[in-house]
Design a protein around this ligand. Sequence first.
Ligand SMILES: Cc1cc2nc3c(=O)[nH]c(=O)nc-3n(C[C@H](O)[C@H](O)[C@H](O)COP(=O)(O)OP(=O)(O)OC[C@H]3O[C@@H](n4cnc5c(N)ncnc54)[C@H](O)[C@@H]3O)c2cc1C
Length: 798
Amino acid sequence: MTASYRVLVIGGGITGTSILYHLALKGWTDVALIERTELTAGSSWHAAGGFHAINNDAHIAALQSYTISMYPKVAAESGIDIGLKLSGGIELASTPERMRWLEAELAWHAMMGHEGARLLDPQEIVDLVPIVNPKGLAGGLFDPDEGNLDPNGAVYAYAGAARKRGATVITHSRVLGMKRNSDGWLVETEQGPIQAEHVVNAAGMWGRKVGLMAGIDHPVTPILPHYLVTEDVPEIMAIDWVMPAVTDLEGWTYLQREQNGAVLGVYESNPNHWHPEGAPWDFGVTLLPPDIDRIAAELEIGFERFPALAEVGIKRWVHGAFAITPDGNPLVGPVRGLPGYWAAAGVMAGYSQGAAVGLAISNWIVDGDPGDDVYAMDVARFGPWAAHDDYLLATTYQFYARRVLTTYPHEQLPAGRPLHTTPAYDELRAAGGQYGVTWGLEVPQFFTPGQPDFVHEPSLNRDNAFSFIAEEVAAVRTDVGAYETGVYSRYEVTGPNAESWLDHLLAGRLPKVGRMGLTPMLHDKGTLMGDLSVTRLADDRFWIIGSYYLQEWHLRWFEEHMTSGVELKNMSDQWLGFAVSGPRSREVVQQLVDIDLSDAAFKFMSARLVNNGRMLVSRMSLAGELGYELTVPAEEQAELWRSLANLHVRPIGDRAIDSLRLEKGFGIWSAEFTQGYTPGETGLDRFIAWEKGDFIGKEAALREREQGSARELVTLSLGDCDADAVGDEPVWSGDKVVGLITSGAYGHHVEASLAMALIDREALASGEPLEVSVVGRRRPAVALVEPAYDPSGSRMRG
Ligand SMILES: Cc1cc2nc3c(=O)[nH]c(=O)nc-3n(C[C@H](O)[C@H](O)[C@H](O)COP(=O)(O)OP(=O)(O)OC[C@H]3O[C@@H](n4cnc5c(N)ncnc54)[C@H](O)[C@@H]3O)c2cc1C
């Protein structure tokens, strides 16, 4: 007889057992975990077991805090000792710039509500960890929410607690394959078939292979880290307090106490991949021989920083493997086209993120939603292109090799690029285009015309792009500029039910034929799922425009809600063009289209296919000027650029758009609008058509309208700045954090450092002075009552 479960979790490491536990916690007990050999037999058994709450995404950081908070509960519930030590941790800085970077991190801790984080001087570091040699140290940052545990104990504790709640654990049975059927998935295992409504891929280093069984190639691959465990160290034995862990940022090593000795781990500057396709099936509870030559340089610095370790022997080397993704965060969630299949793969920091993944996946399976904004670990943040070995190996190497390097705002990293380019790429580069990347596509950040030798130098303060961005902003405000719209995704929706489907899917009013409109798309629970523009080309033909990098994410949502009589086509790579903005834009665009663009004939928010259907012209502007978006078939985009260049249109990039839109107080997705926010707090409620019939999220949105939202999105003008906010900085009222920055940039036309922020309404109403931490230092901030530029909107509409 075929065994059957509601959910089958594949993989008995920290991720799989945490998922099993979280499903059981939500009352789903008809759930099982299946493990190839013994629990922990992947990466989990030999992890150093360290954990921390810091992550470059605020939502993931909050979930990491959740992971840490779960350990005592799971230990108590299972009755299994997990050796939990909340030791705190210190990051060491050896340069003034790194110290500044730590100041920014400290502000970030404040924003996250982590109490007790503080900066340390070298003497305070030595007082806490006497085996640190303070030579060359500028200082450090103490984070109390760090620690370590017994990695095996934690896995068994999750499994034990899940079992106590009724879940099943099957060991010594490898999953051999799986097929979709009408009841979910029929999973072939060494112990016979299992039918499951849902399968979860928590197979760690085998995650890519298990994904392929279901029909998806996940961008995840094993990499080989090292740590060593020393013999007893007399200086450590003399420490009679809980010694904090240490990460030497310029020294490439981390240290934690292990009984009377220490674990010294290496952040490798030249990491090594291993079996890119996934670990061999017969890889047991085994270690690889240490590759000491490869890490000799890092070790040398490590022994200088912790000289007492050099005086004792090495008890054991741990050279194992774990799975890594191009950006180091896990791949979590449902996969488009594979209903009932869930990814929980590529969890590189399982002891910081195990419960985070467990919580998100269990919420998603049981409630249909991960419960928070988990985009930074959503499997949909990559497209199929990311699993190409060249890309995967280059980007995972880059991520791992840079794990402890200082990161800068607007820094553009080279791995795996260029992968995809637009047809106008060569010509825009020749015009001075300095590129970044979104979802594998090269996009201009700014232009340095006439400076072929320009090299971008990122900085914690303003970088050397500043003056070029100023020129681009000036061009748009006083003349005309063109922004390449490859960064947008485009979907065509047609068919007899296109109108009714979109009317239900989108919260805004659908435009009339020949018009366009902006609309939020909501989740049933009332949070945002998109800020889209909709153009109506015919009664039954619409174009939906969103962000290029959200294609998988949006298509997953569209397809989950699909109905008959609707055809959905992704045209993101087939059509693109330029957004032409500025007072001279009408004169320029008029020369390229065969319709009359006068205000009377083609009003603001008009849209029409022109030139025998070879160009969509839409009158709108993210820059807040008179503007037209021109969208053409991809093969005609380069020619369109040449026409614009001949009319002396200045190319502009992403950075100028940020400056221009902040001057207007226009938000964008991923900054002001995300799946964690609501229409009421972001102001997108003004685009909701409350009086129309039912639409997804209406009930929740109405509730929010009735109750009001606690926060409000505002634009701030910052004083006394030599740097600009970038996002996720705290907003202060006195010593209280009352909000967070969603994005920031210098407003070159209004000559002010600007930021948008979600701020508690009470704090705003109180009129108390506000401050914002910019690169860790507090700056005065004033909430603007109207946009910094053209508050009446007359330039855009004129
Ligand atoms: C040297 C080293 C040090 C580390 N230090 C830390 C640290 O300090 N902190 C930290 O957070 N992380 C650390 N890690 C990383 C950590 O080990 C991983 O993030 C974590 O173990 C991943 O857990 P997982 O459950 O996702 O994967 P795994 O632990 O690899 O579990 C996957 C499981 O799936 C099973 N499986 C695979 N395929 C199948 C199949 N077809 N059928 C059935 N079962 C299958 C495997 O046998 C395995 O048990 C370290 C890793 C290494 C190698």
